[in-house]
Design a protein around this ligand. Structure first.
Ligand SMILES: Nc1ncnc2c1ncn2[C@@H]1O[C@H](COP(=O)(O)OP(=O)(O)OP(=O)(O)O)[C@@H](O)[C@H]1O
Ligand SMILES: [Mg+2]
Length: 335
């Protein structure tokens, strides 16, 4: 292998919170609520790492020795969800042959993590709201009040505000859950983390599958610039494929080209062997920025005021970026 290949040098998981200022801000939130029992709502696209953050909140809390119980509200059929969360008494419904405690009881003295909370049916939203008020409930088919001491963390990738507007999510529950909100940015907004994650997954899958796969610097530059709509989970799967399949790198090259649409993809200039991961990442990020900028400008027919609104940068910053990326408006559209 040439010396310009990226070796799987990472030996430990990249810290969730070291890579990007927005992740560092999340760490500060977690530290500042470590000694409280506040309810936390974690938001972010699928695959950004919400589960890991929920575990980090639990691990930082005084409850860390207690259980961490995860319930995926979307994965359990609606008619079974109430019993899953709160348990049932014998004979509560057909098939309830014996009393069964619910996940809230298992989470006693610990944390219950309600994933995909946006999928919770309205009737259960009402029950959950009551539980959050006094941490007392009864099992399905029972009357005996049960007290639990559990911290609640909820997560969603749904726009709850829209669900509320459509009457699908209770506003009172939203405010009760949203005491502390952690918004996890998508991977494309924290590209600096990509090289570290790549090295970590490479090391992990090389060890798992007994391989010694290395990646070319070109592949790393592409990985850094790719849009990652599936976030870290997608990155993890791509690296797994690259380790397992002989043509994994070429397959990703084709996928990368497709992601650039009809635009001809010019191969990235081969980085010099002395180029650091940081420089490769920076170059990838610049390339991605240029791509996004030109796409938006095309879409709004080079209306710069409109583009600056869409990209959430000032008009002045937009002009600087256009100049830095050496983009020029098509002559016919120049006003
Ligand atoms: N910083 C990270 N370091 C290492 N692995 C990570 C990191 N962030 C996420 N992952 C991995 O990415 C995958 C997706 O993460 P996770 O399940 O936490 O996402 P999620 O936001 O809960 O997604 P979903 O909304 O689909 O449930 C997991 O395999 C997780 O281990
Ligand atoms: Mg999850």
């Amino acid at each position: 292998m040439g010396t310009d290949r990226v070796e799987s040098v990472a030996t430990c998981e990249p810290s969730l919170f070291d890579g990007h200022p927005r992740m560092q801000a999340i760490r500060s939130i977690i530290e500042s609520i470590a000694d409280t029992d506040t309810t936390v709502l974690i938001r972010g696209e699928s695959g950004v790492g919400k589960d890991l953050i929920a575990r980090a909140v639990h691990a930082a809390s005084a409850r860390r020795q207690g259980p961490f119980v995860k319930v995926n509200c979307a994965a359990i059929p609606q008619e079974l969800l109430e019993s899953e969360l709160f348990g049932h008494e014998k004979g509560a419904f057909t098939g309830a042959h014996r009393r069964k405690p619910g996940q809230f009881e298992f989470a006693n003295m610990g944390t219950i993590y309600l994933d995909e909370i946006g999928e919770l049916p309205l009737a259960l939203q009402a029950k959950l709201l009551h539980v959050l008020q006094d941490f007392r409930f009864s099992r399905v088919g029972g009357h005996l009040p049960i007290d639990v001491d559990a911290r609640v963390i909820a997560a969603t990738n749904r726009r709850l505000e829209e669900a509320m507007a459509q009457g699908e999510f209770r506003e009172d529950l939203y405010y009760r859950l949203n005491v502390v909100e952690i918004q996890v940015p998508p991977l494309r907004e924290r590209r600096e983390e990509i090289p570290g994650l790549v090295a970590w997954f490479l090391a992990k899958f090389n060890a798992q599958y007994g391989r010694q796969k290395t990646l070319s610097a070109e592949t790393l530059a592409r990985l850094t610039a790719y849009p990652w709509s599936g976030n870290v989970r997608e990155l993890e799967n791509i690296i797994r494929r690259m380790v397992v399949l002989a043509d994994g790198e070429q397959a990703f090259e084709a996928q990368f080209a497709r992601s650039r649409g009809a635009r001809t993809v010019h191969p990235q200039p081969s980085p010099s062997v002395t180029e650091s991961l940081r420089e490769i990442a920076r170059r990838g990020a610049r390339e991605a920025e240029r791509h996004a900028l030109s796409e938006v400008l095309e879409r709004v027919r080079w209306n710069r005021a409109e583009a600056s609104r869409i990209l959430k940068v000032s008009y002045k910053t937009l002009l600087t970026k256009i100049a830095e990326c050496e983009l020029t408006a098509p002559a016919r559209r120049l006003s």
